[in-house]
Design a protein around this ligand. Structure first.
Ligand SMILES: NC(=O)c1ccc[n+]([C@@H]2O[C@H](COP(=O)([O-])OP(=O)(O)OC[C@H]3O[C@@H](n4cnc5c(N)ncnc54)[C@H](OP(=O)(O)O)[C@@H]3O)[C@@H](O)[C@H]2O)c1
Length: 441
């Protein structure tokens, strides 16, 4: 930073979020930084194609800074003190972040893909260069999920985080809980701009897996590889699952669970039954939420907008203000505790209560056979309800030859559940395994 307290900022990317952050810089200058006498110098804005007129016509409002397609200009610019990466994707964003840090620039990013894949490496580079690396917007959009782990809860031993960190799937499941089927809920999410044309990153759980990896690094100092996060998306959830869950007093959420027990860590992203009277069960639409359990603080619950221009801009600007303030007073960044490979609980050892929806033969002795299979696996049944399967004709009539069995279990391991479902597959009593889902709490 120069003697006259001018801080130079360059942007990598000026799309949805980048353009909004840039257009808020003037306000930031007046409201927040102006008080400390610091002025902001917008240096460069990296994009793929430099078509300034088109950008201004789109209302991108980039004024002052030079638009460029040459990232080297930014790395070599001595007047750029802070790089704000808002390009997205793992490549080349990860390389650009690391080169910016090595070039002595602080970095702010909203990029969960990079932080999940290379966070530990980037932490080390930031520490070595004594630079800030801030990424509040990478998980939970506008909710201060990251800063609470890095600062407010740092005195706690965190035992678990349960979180709804994908707004698209929460919107779809919320619509399904009021009667929509999966396809129409997904189509509405697309129409409202909540789902991408290819929704797989959201509905198959990849987005929430990346965010869980980031949370595990911060909460437990644990490096959990992507393939060790037990995950399942929501494509297989049908109206019959939601209906049965609701009748039992639950709804279904794509729940990320990050836990540390007996020296082992685990992370999972699974459609999960959550009580309709709980705080997580009441998180509707695209809203995100996180529940932390810490030994000193007890249970904390955060809820708010997990994406969108304004909410994400709020998180990026909070990071930016912190870095500018620290630069202004010459305060060094808080170094990262480098995450390590810790023992990871095997998927078979993960335990909870479970919900099962089975399509069974409507004949005597079926319940006895299913009970026996569960007993052999050491699974104790908590409740059983038999429901008719209805035809799709205008007058809904039960199909005579099959029925649905809705079971809940006491706490069991995934290993036990897998043993039972393998047996169900070879049993004449079970015609189809509809769904097997964990129950939260
Ligand atoms: N959108 C949200 O609600 C939200 C919420 C939380 C976090 N985030 C994160 O915020 C980041 C930005 O998201 P966004 O929605 O603003 O993305 P976006 O609208 O697709 O914008 C991406 C910007 O980066 C530029 N860019 C991409 N690849 C580039 C490359 N290889 N070289 C140079 N420039 C490149 C693009 O240039 P052109 O303009 O020339 O195409 C564009 O300006 C992502 O990491 C995303 O995950 C977004």
């Amino acid at each position: 930073m120069s003697q006259d307290h001018t801080v130079g900022i360059s942007f990598l990317g000026a799309g949805n979020i980048g353009s909004t952050v840039i257009s808020e810089l003037a306000r930031l200058q007046i409201d927040l930084i102006g008080l400390s006498g610091t002025s902001i110098d917008l240096r460069y804005v990296l994009v793929r194609s430099v078509d300034r007129e088109a950008r201004e016509a789109q209302g991108f409002g980039i004024s002052g800074g030079q638009i460029t397609t040459d990232v080297e200009e930014i790395f070599s610019d001595e007047q750029t003190h802070i790089v704000v990466e808002l390009m997205g994707g793992e490549d080349p964003a990860g390389e650009y972040i690391s080169r910016s840090l090595e070039a002595g620039k602080h970095v702010i990013t909203a990029n969960k893909a990079v932080m999940a894949a290379s966070g530990a490496n980037l932490f080390e580079i930031a520490n070595r260069n004594n630079r800030h690396l801030q990424f509040e917007a990478s998980v939970g959009g506008g909710i201060p999920i990251i800063s609470s782990l890095r600062r407010d809860l740092v005195a706690n031993d965190i035992s678990s985080i349960e979180a709804i960190i994908n707004g698209t799937t929460n919107f779809i499941l919320s619509k399904m809980s009021v009667g929509d089927d999966y396809e129409s809920a997904l189509a509405e999410a697309g129409r409202l701009g909540y789902a991408e044309p290819d929704p797989s990153a959201d509905v198959d759980g990849h987005d929430a897996v990346a965010k869980s990896i980031i949370l595990a690094m911060l909460a437990f100092g644990a490096l959990i590889p992507k393939d060790k996060v037990v995950s399942q998306g929501i494509r297989s959830i049908v109206s019959a699952d939601m209906q049965a869950a609701l009748e039992l007093g639950y709804t279904i959420k794509l729940l990320a669970r990050i836990q540390s027990t007996e020296g082992q860590v685990s992370a999972s992203v699974l459609p999960t039954l959550v009580g309709t009277t709980t705080q997580l069960g009441n998180v509707g639409g695209v809203t995100n939420a996180a529940e932390y359990k810490g030994d000193l603080v007890g249970t904390l619950f955060y809820e708010g907008p997990g994406a969108g221009r304004e909410a994400t801009t709020s998180a990026v600007l909070a990071d930016l203000i912190e870095v500018i303030r620290d630069e202004t007073v010459g305060r060094k960044p808080l170094p990262f505790v480098l995450p390590k490979s810790l023992p990871i609980r095997t998927p078979a050892d993960l335990s909870s209560r479970f919900f099962m929806r089975l399509i069974v033969a409507n004949t005597p002795g079926v319940l006895a056979e299913i009970s026996k299979i569960l007993a052999v696996a050491g699974i104790s049944i908590a409740s059983v309800v038999q429901k008719d399967i209805l035809t799709n004709s205008e007058i809904l009539e039960p199909l005579p030859e099959s029925a649905q069995l809705i079971l809940t279990t006491h706490v069991s391991s995934r290993g036990q559940i897998e043993q039972a479902t393998n047996e169900f597959n070879g049993s004449e009593a079970v015609l189809q395994i509809g769904s097997v889902l964990p129950i939260s709490g």
